[in-house]
Design a binder for this molecule. Sequence first.
Ligand SMILES: Nc1ncnc2c1ncn2[C@@H]1O[C@H](COP(=O)(O)OP(=O)(O)OP(=O)(O)O)[C@@H](O)[C@H]1O
Length: 609
Amino acid sequence: MNSTIQEKGQISIHTENIFPIIKKFLYSDHEIFLRELVSNAVDASQKLKKLAGFGEFNGELGEQKVTVTLNEEAKTITVSDRGIGMTAEEIKKYINQIAFSGASEFLEKYKDKLDEKGAIIGHFGLGFYSAFMVAQQVEIVTKSYREGSEAARWICDGSTEFEITQAERDEHGTDVILHIAPDSEEFLDKNRLRAILEKYGRFLPIPIEFDGTTINNTAPIWTKSPSELTDEDYQNFYKELYPMSEEPLFWIHLNVDYPFNLTGVLYFPRLKNDFQIRREKIQLYSRQVFITDEVKDIVPDFLMMLHGVIDSPDIPLNVSRSFLQADSNVKKINGYITRKVADKLSEIFRNDRAGFEQKFDDIGLFVKYGIISDDKFYEKAKDFCLVKTVDGKYFTFEEFTEAVKENQTDKNGTAVWLYTNDRQKQDGFIDSAKKRGYEVLLFDTVIDSHFINTLEYKLEKTSLKRVDSDTFDKLIDKGLNNESVLSEDDRNNLKTLFEEVLDNKTASVSVEAMPTDELPVIITLPEFFRRMKDMSALSGERSMFGPMPDSYNVAVNANHPLADRILKIGDAGEQKVLIKQSLDLAKLAQGMLSGSDLTAFIRRTVETL
Ligand SMILES: Nc1ncnc2c1ncn2[C@@H]1O[C@H](COP(=O)(O)OP(=O)(O)OP(=O)(O)O)[C@@H](O)[C@H]1O
C-alpha cells in the first residue's frame, strides 16, 4: 500500500463546521446514514450496468451486489460495491464539492426548521455526508471502471480537511469505511444493522448482502407490468408487506409516467369498523428506496385507509411537510390515485355486483369516507356507493330513490329516507315503519352521522330521518291527518296531566291523533338536535353543542283507548300511576329507562300482576 500523501486540502464551504449541525438536525434519524450510503452504492452499480448495456464499458462487470460488513472489533461499518468507482479527480469533484455543497445547501435551506422534528420527508438531500452523523472518520477506497485508472483513498475526520492518497484495489468499485464514533456505537450491532437494512433496503434493485445473506427482493411486483403478474403474486406480496394481516379484498396497480412518474400497488384491506387503528400502512418509496410510512400530506386522508406501496421519484422529498401539500406534483398524484381507486371500485361494481355487495361491509367505510372528504371521488362513487336496508338489501342512491319514491315522499315532494343506527334499540320503531311498507336503512358505522349529512347535502329533495325521530305520521308527513276522537279540551287536559307527571323542562309533550294500533305514548328524539349531539360526541369536542341536555318529545296518542281511560279515571292517584306507567313504557322503548327509575317501574309493574 502506498501511503505517501498525495494531497491534503481544505474543502471550501461557507458553513465553518457543518457536522455538529448535521448531528443536531437529524438527531432522531441517525440510522438513515446507511440508507444514503447503500443507495449511493446501488446507484454506482446500476450506472455501471447501464454503461455496459450501452457498450461503453467492456471490462469485467462482475457480480453486481452491495455488501455491508460490520467489524465490531475495529468499530467499522463498510459499504462496498462493484460499481463505477471514482478516480482521485472524481472524488474531489463529487465528494469534496458536490457532496459537501449538497450538505451545506441542504442545511442552509432548512436550518430554520431545526426544531421541527421530522419536518422534512425522509431527510433526503444530505446524501454521503450523513455518514458523519455516526462516524468520527470516513474513508473511501475506490477505483474507477475506466481503463487504466488508479485506486484512490480519501480520508476525512469530519472537519473540512481531507486527505487523498493512492490505494491498492484490484477491481473497480468503492468501499466506504465508517469509523464509528464513540457516541454511535449502538450501530455496531448486527441485529440493529440488519433491521435498518431491511427497513430501507428490502426492495432495492441490486442485491444487498449482509452477514452472509441477501436482505432484499430486487424485483418487487410494483416494478413489473401487471400483465406479468397473477393474483397469487399480488397476494404473496401483500403477505410480504404485512405478514400479520388478513387477505386483502382487492388491489390496484398504479403505473404512470406522465406528467409525473409513479408506480405502486394499493390494497384494499378488510376495514370493517375500525378505521382508526389501520392507518399509516402505505409505504412510500423513491426508486425502490424506502422513505417513510407516514404518508399523511402525500396521500389524501381517506386513501390512508389503504395498504401498499407508492414509489415516485417525483414526490419532493427534501421539502417540509407544509410545502408538500401545496406542491403541484403532489396534487396531481393525489388526483391520479383518487381517480384510479374510484375507477377500480366502479369496475368491480359493474362486473360483479354480487361480489361487490359482499365486499361492501368491508369497504363501505372507505367509500363513505371518500364521499365525505373528496368531491371528485363523490362524483364517481355516487354511482356505486351502496346503502343497505335492515333486511340486508343493497341499493345504489339512484335505485333507492326510485324504490321509495312512491311510498316515502312527503307532502312537500321531499323523499324521506328512514334509517336506524341501532337495530336492536330501535326495533319497535323499525317494526312500525315496516308495517307501513317503509324501507329502513342501516347506518351503524362510526362515520355514518357525517355520511348522512353529506348525503342530504348532495342528494336533491331528500331528507334522512332516524326511525325514532318523530311519530310515524310526521316522520313522512303526507298531509293526511287522522281524526282525533278526543275534543280539544280533552287533548289540552291530557297534555297538562302528562306534563305534570313528566316534570322535565327540556322535553315537550304533544297530544296527537295516531292510529289506534300505535302505542299510547311514543318518545321521539328530534333529528336535528340528536344529530348535533352525535356529531359533537364523534368529534370529541366540547363545541357550542357541548354537553347537550337530552331533548326529546313525548307524543301521547289521543286515539288510543288508554287516553280516554286516563281522562275518565276518578282517582287522581291512580291517574298518576297510569300516566307514569305509560311514560315509562315509552322510555323503555327508547332505552331511556335506567337506574332507580327502572327499579321503580319494575316494582310498580309487579304490583299490577
Ligand atoms: N459508492 C459510490 N460510487 C461511486 N460514486 C459515488 C459513490 N458514493 C457517492 N458517489 C458520488 O458522490 C456524489 C455525491 O453523493 P451524495 O450521496 O452526497 O449525493 P447524491 O447521491 O448525488 O444525491 P443524494 O442527495 O440523493 O444522495 C454522487 O453523486 C456520486 O457521484
